[in-house]
Ligand binder design. Structure first.
Ligand code: ADP
Ligand code: MG
Length: 462
């Protein structure tokens, strides 16, 4: 049931309409956004051409006008065809008792009517128990970030301030930040550590402004030993929040408290960020996490499979590490899916079931490697002609490269067996399958052959 603030001057019938519109808006935008932005609106009056609301602050008003007025207009138009505009005024009301709750995938929400804050450390978001240093697999792309995070977690006083971690989505920034927090909690339990997303920082700040509670807000941050703000790019373009963040940041650094920041870009590349803030963010150590490599992906898969206590064959692991290159979150998702599938149907995980179960994911990760690319490279490697590869000749020095090319086509593209057959001079899908099996057998028996396959694959991957 959605309850809204409505001025007593509004006709009860229109109040009903507004309730119904609210249900639609909450479907449009999701619960969290609805509670944060639409719920605080007070319906003041409804005229033929205008619906008038009050918002609790100028910031809220501007935000709602920028992000939600179109949908408000849309839904109200179905009730009032003559509607031309939505108007929002400002009316600041006294603070209700509130408590912030973190909702994993969405924004923090304002929850009314709950006792506020016996424990000031509530400000910090929950930490994921799996995100520890022990569970972090280190490889070339993340070794600097990992080493820096560990040093910061272990040191008594700030070494580099701030530590700025940056990299694309799903590459382990949040994991490292949680790992730092867990580590500090373990070795220095009395230290006050706050971890929160920049988005939540902003909500807290807006709430403080709204309820004229900024002194308490500032106090909370200025008494911490370690402050971690995740995804700081979220406050780009949010001027007042940036301003406040800048002051909080300076106060902490000046007092020799550790600040750790993450973002999707380097400080200099953050858009719509004040220059002085950008330069301040780059003062300490800036550590980037690079896109994953094949070796790191394979290492992560092995670690996760061990952790889940499942046995997965080498070719399936290699196939996943090769194909899912977007980020680690997707790689984990892929592994979870095939393990879940295998458990449900009670069958072993093979290359075929993997390709079947992950069809959609594989397509989006397809690097557009063509069978022609593979054929060309294999021919160069074994010094044979493409026409021979596609012919029906069975000479050993041609049959072997052909089988290798077929095998690589199977593991490196998402083409089906019949499609591959067609590209190899119209061979039958059973012939294709036979070649794949043969190559797998050879690889197990013949170390040198298996090395050749590796070299070929890497050269194609490069
Ligand atoms: P980001 O914050 O950079 O978007 P996350 O830290 O949320 O990425 O990581 C996404 C997922 O990948 C998480 O489940 C995390 O545990 C996992 N992950 C990322 N990097 C590693 C790593 N090096 N070793 C193990 N798991 C990792
Ligand atoms: Mg993150």
């Amino acid at each position: 049931m959605i309850t809204q603030q409505i001025s007593p001057l509004v006709h009860p019938l229109l109040m009903d309409q507004w309730q119904q519109i609210c249900v639609k808006l909450s479907q449009d935008f999701g619960d969290a956004a609805f509670k944060s932005w639409i719920s605080p609106l007070e319906l003041v009056s409804v005229e033929n051409d205008c619906v008038h609301f009050n918002a609790p602050s100028r910031f809220m008003k501007d935000w709602i006008l920028a992000h939600y007025s179109e949908r408000l207009h849309f839904h109200w138009s179905s009730v009032l065809p003559s509607l031309t505009r939505i108007e929002i005024g400002i009316k600041i009301s006294p603070p209700p008792k509130i408590k912030l709750v973190e909702n994993e995938s969405t924004s923090p929400q304002l929850q009314d009517n709950e006792e506020f804050d016996e424990n000031r450390e509530d400000m910090s978001a929950a930490l994921d128990s799996r995100f520890t240093f022990e569970n972090f697999v280190v490889g070339k792309p993340n070794e600097l970030a990992y080493a820096a995070a560990l040093r910061v977690a272990e040191s008594e006083a700030p070494l580099f301030n701030p530590l700025f971690l940056y990299g694309g989505v799903g590459l382990g920034k949040t994991h490292l930040m949680h790992a730092i927090a867990w580590h500090i909690k373990k070795i220095h339990p009395s230290r006050k550590v706050i971890y929160l997303s920049a988005e939540k920082f902003m909500y807290q700040f807006i709430r403080a402004l709204r309820y004229k509670d900024t002194v308490a807000f500032k106090e909370q941050f200025r008494t911490v030993d370690v402050l971690m703000i995740d995804d700081v790019q979220f406050i780009s373009g949010k001027d007042t929040t940036q301003e406040e963040f800048f002051h909080t940041f300076n106060a902490l650094v000046d007092n020799n408290r550790q600040v750790i920041i993450s973002a999707d870009k380097s400080p200099a590349d953050l858009e719509k960020m004040e220059e002085r803030l950008k330069s301040r963010l780059g003062w300490g150590l800036v550590a980037d996490i690079h896109p994953t490599t094949y070796e790191l992906r394979l290492g992560i898969l092995q670690a996760k499979a061990d952790c889940m206590d499942v046995k997965i064959s080498k070719d399936v692991m290699e196939f996943l590490a090769f194909k899912i290159t977007s980020n680690i979150r997707e790689l984990e998702g892929a592994l979870n899916r095939i393990v879940a599938h295998a458990t449900l149907v009670g069958r072993n995980i093979t290359l075929d079931t993997t390709q079947e179960v992950l069809r959609d994911l594989l397509r989006s990760n397809d690097r557009r490697m063509t069978i022609e690319d593979i054929q060309k490279r294999v021919c160069e490697f074994y010094n044979v002609k493409i026409s021979d590869l596609l012919s029906s000749r069975r000479l050993q020095n041609i049959a072997k490269p052909r089988q290798v090319a077929i095998y690589l086509s199977k593991i490196m593209t998402s083409k089906s067996l019949p499609e591959i057959g067609r590209k190899f001079g119209g061979r039958d899908h059973t012939t294709v399958l036979h070649s794949v099996r043969k190559v797998q057998e050879f690889c197990e028996k013949d170390k040198e052959f298996s090395n050749d396959i590796d070299i070929l694959r890497r050269s194609l991957e490069a």
